[in-house]
Design a protein around this ligand. Structure first.
Ligand SMILES: O=C(O)CCC(=O)C(=O)O
Ligand SMILES: [Fe+2]
Length: 768
């Protein structure tokens, strides 16, 4: 351990395995590092004021690139949608993207307990690295063979593997034969039948009772059989498989004939043999630590046996441990929590002579909890229970995907509301609490949430944004008054009269996605004098004075926009001022009114589907009551997701210029407004982009950064949407942002174009 200072101590912890136990070690250590009560502590853990801060540097090694919810593996091999959620890539666990947490994708080949060094073969097998540690925890569990879990090691390959399997069983004309009536065979057969009721599913088991190799009561075994039959799985007991061979069906496809040692045969299109034993993945440890099955002997405090060198610095939690009871999932997470607590106690002992109090495991009698289709069975010393209520109690509605462990790992974190599961498409809009930026410790958490929002969603809410309530309230209050002005008053400030495209435009006068938008609006900008004269680029004429003025609000939003851009840069691992030089002297504000269609009115296009083309970032105030819906954003699966009004927040989204500058890594997200029965007000603030920004500069300035492997990987996940950048600026024939803006404006307001830009407007109208 590095030499201790009274104020802070740094301790390196190496965790082998990023599943239930390993992630639990990591997150509970993270809490101790942050000085908060570990999230799995039943009661609040109180830190003594005299204790030094202990900084944990945590490295998690895993053969997979993410966490696989193995409880849900049988369902992941049957259900199209579930499989995508059952694997969460580590890089997507936003609350674990911290400076002091490192994920290493690879497999541990040796742990040298004497010298506290471990050798890891990196994924791909070509390279290995040596890691030093102060404390080590083996949380590698079982090496589970097919079909217990999918065998691939990256999310991408796992998606193909599970897809292929689901296609195969889904097309099994002659049914599926599952061989082996242990827990895995039972769960798998039941899940297949549940998700694909049209497929015949047969389970063959060699003995006269299911679960015959488990030390469980006969009642439990009989109930399991009943549940399986209830789920319409055909069960063949006393059928030991001798061999199975492929034969050609009458239609030319392949099927299998299974021969059992009792002389019977069965036919099936797919045979799944689920009888191999899973073995503990512990070969990297010295033999002194292992029993004869390869499990790790531990003491109740989860430390390795005393004969192992530096035994007190080495732990094991989860399935790899030689301990009674169920050690996966909940059991593994509890064990991982003890490991974190006990490491913390050991460090305090070493640094300040604290008398450690260790958490200890107790012996657990044999028991099982198993999901069988819609019902579950739980059996232990107190008897056997089964049914839908048991399913509910132990597995919830999703085999506890939402409870293990990603979910419970994020519930502690102050403002983590983003979905950290590796879904391909977001289903809700992340909320970012800007006050977390005020403290360096919480800023890291904010930045990782922001990185997720930037690269995976493109839309977010900001709260605690620092814009005074009064500034917002004053603006909201004048909206009904402004829009209530007479048509003559509005005409006095008509946008038609402004070469800067600032002013009032009436309902139906703007078109989006080829259709007229049902909204009226006042367009404003920060107050500037007109500086254009003959000889300057024409787009400089976009700059100019307002018609009415809402100056304070624009000033505040300009400041929020800059603060936000600092955070965005940091979240994208860039110096905080990176994006500032791209800003314009002019930011634009629109006051928007969607007139309600009245009760019974059908939804019309408030504004059609679009990406924001007019700015760098948009900060939208939804200035109506929360029950008034309208704004929606399109996710990568093509679903429209509501963006409800959340008082006290701004909705923030990426504009197309920002997409270009980040080389498509941060996508401008498509959105629209459906105007419903009630009138609705909104105030988008469009942070402006420097008019003379050229394509070359926009694409080139940060190209190297965004083409680095970290970001390239993110882009690959975007493939469904197509990674090409959809931008008039990039695709169009004009070199500067200003000119492409001028063109957009002239095309949306043709009369203004004809009046003030007569020389060029025809060219812009017809240059598609
Ligand atoms: O009114 C809204 O909520 C959104 C408006 C919008 O997307 C826009 O004007 O670009
Ligand atoms: Fe928009």
């Amino acid at each position: 351990m590095p030499s201790a200072t009274p104020s802070a101590v740094t301790v390196k912890v190496l965790v082998a395995g990023g599943s239930y136990a390993g992630l639990s070690v990591a997150v509970n250590l993270l809490d101790l590092h942050n000085g908060v009560s570990p999230r799995m502590n039943p009661e609040p853990f109180v830190f003594d004021q005299d204790w030094p801060q202990i900084k944990f540097e945590i490295t998690i090694i895993d053969e997979r690139d993410g966490f696989l919810h193995i409880v849900g593996a049988p369902l992941a091999l049957a259900d199209e949608a579930y499989r995508k959620k059952a694997w969460a890539r580590f890089q997507d666990m936003t609350d674990l993207q911290r400076e002091n947490i490192t994920f290493v994708h690879g497999s541990l080949s040796k742990v040298d307990c004497d010298n506290k060094r471990a050798t890891v073969v990196l994924h791909g097998g070509k390279e290995s690295i040596d890691l030093e540690y102060d404390y080590f925890c083996a949380a590698t569990g079982y090496r589970r063979v097919w079909p217990v879990v999918p065998q691939t090691l990256t999310y991408k390959e796992y998606l193909s593997e599970t897809q292929e399997h689901i296609n195969q069983v889904g097309n099994a004309k002659d049914g599926v034969l599952v061989v082996g009536g242990g827990a895995v065979g039972i769960e798998m057969a039941a899940e297949l039948k549940l998700t694909m009721p049209h497929i015949k599913v047969v389970l063959a088991h060699s003995r006269d009772k299911l679960l015959s190799s488990e030390g469980l009561s006969d009642e439990c075994k009989d109930v399991s059989l009943e549940l399986l039959q209830d789920a319409n799985v055909e069960v063949l007991l006393n059928h030991r498989l001798d061999r199975h061979e492929a034969v050609e069906s009458t239609d030319g496809s392949t099927k299998y004939v299974a021969h059992f040692t009792n002389g019977n045969t069965a036919e099936a299109s797919v045979v799944i043999v689920g009888v191999s034993q899973s073995i503990p993945a512990t070969e990297f440890l010295p033999v002194a630590a292992l029993d004869n099955e390869g499990k790790v002997n531990i003491r109740p405090n989860l430390m390795l046996p005393a004969q192992v060198p530096n035994a007190d610095a080495h732990f094991c939690a989860g399935d790899a441990a030689n301990w009674s009871g169920i050690k996966r999932c909940g059991g593994a997470m509890r064990a991982g929590h003890f490991v974190a607590m006990n490491i913390h106690q050991l460090v305090l002992q070493k640094v300040i002579g604290h008398v450690p109090v260790f958490g200890e495991l107790v012996e657990i009698p044999p028991m099982i909890v198993m999901a069988v289709g819609k019902k579950a069975v739980a059996s232990g010393p107190d008897g056997t229970e089964s049914g839908i209520e048991i399913m509910d109690r132990f597995f919830g509605t999703d085999l506890y995907l939402s409870a293990y462990p990603v979910q419970s790992y994020r519930q502690q974190d102050h403002a983590i509301t983003v979905d950290t599961m590796a879904t391909e498409s977001f289903t809700s809009i992340p909320r970012i609490n800007l006050s977390l930026a005020l403290d360096p410790d919480s800023e890291a958490s904010l930045l990782s949430q922001l990185r997720y929002a930037l690269t995976e969603v493109g839309f977010l809410y900001v709260e605690n944004h620092g814009v005074a309530e009064k500034v917002i309230g004053d603006l909201v209050d004048i909206l009904p008054v402004l829009f209530g002005l007479t048509a003559e008053n509005k005409a006095e400030v008509a946008l038609d009269n402004s070469p800067h495209f600032l002013g009032y435009s009436d309902e139906g006068s703007e078109m989006t996605a080829g259709k007229a938008d049902q909204r009226e609006q006042f367009e404003l900008a920060n107050e500037l004098t007109a500086t254009w004269k003959e000889g300057l680029p024409l787009y400089e004429r976009l700059r100019g004075p307002n018609q009415p003025i809402v100056e304070t609000y624009i000033k505040e939003m300009t400041s929020l926009g800059e603060r936000f851009l600092h955070l965005v840069a940091k979240a994208l691992r860039l110096p905080q001022n990176t994006f500032i030089p791209f800003l314009s002297d002019q930011h634009r504000l629109k006051l928007v009114h969607y007139p309600g269609a009245g009760d019974g009115g059908t939804e019309v296009q408030g504004v059609g589907p679009h990406k924001d083309s007019s700015g760098w970032w948009t900060f939208l105030l939804q200035a109506s009551a929360p029950h008034i819906k309208g704004l929606q954003v399109l996710n990568k699966s093509g679903d429209w997701i509501d963006v409800p009004v959340i008082p006290g927040t701004f909705v923030v989204n990426i504009g197309q210029a920002f997409e270009v500058v980040t080389n498509g890594i941060c996508k401008a997200t498509t959105h629209r407004v459906l105007a419903g029965p009630h009138e609705r007000f909104s105030v988008p603030f469009f942070q402006g982009v420097r008019r003379n920004l050229t394509k070359e500069e926009a694409v080139g300035t940060l190209a190297k950064h965004f083409r680095s492997s970290e970001f390239r990987q993110m882009d690959a996940m975007e493939s469904e949407e197509g990674s090409s950048i959809d931008s008039a600026f990039l695709k169009g024939r004009y070199d500067t942002w200003g000119e492409s803006q001028l063109r957009t404006k002239i095309r949306s307001h043709r009369d203004v174009g004809r009046r003030f830009y007569a020389d060029v407007c025809e060219r812009y109208f017809h240059d598609d």
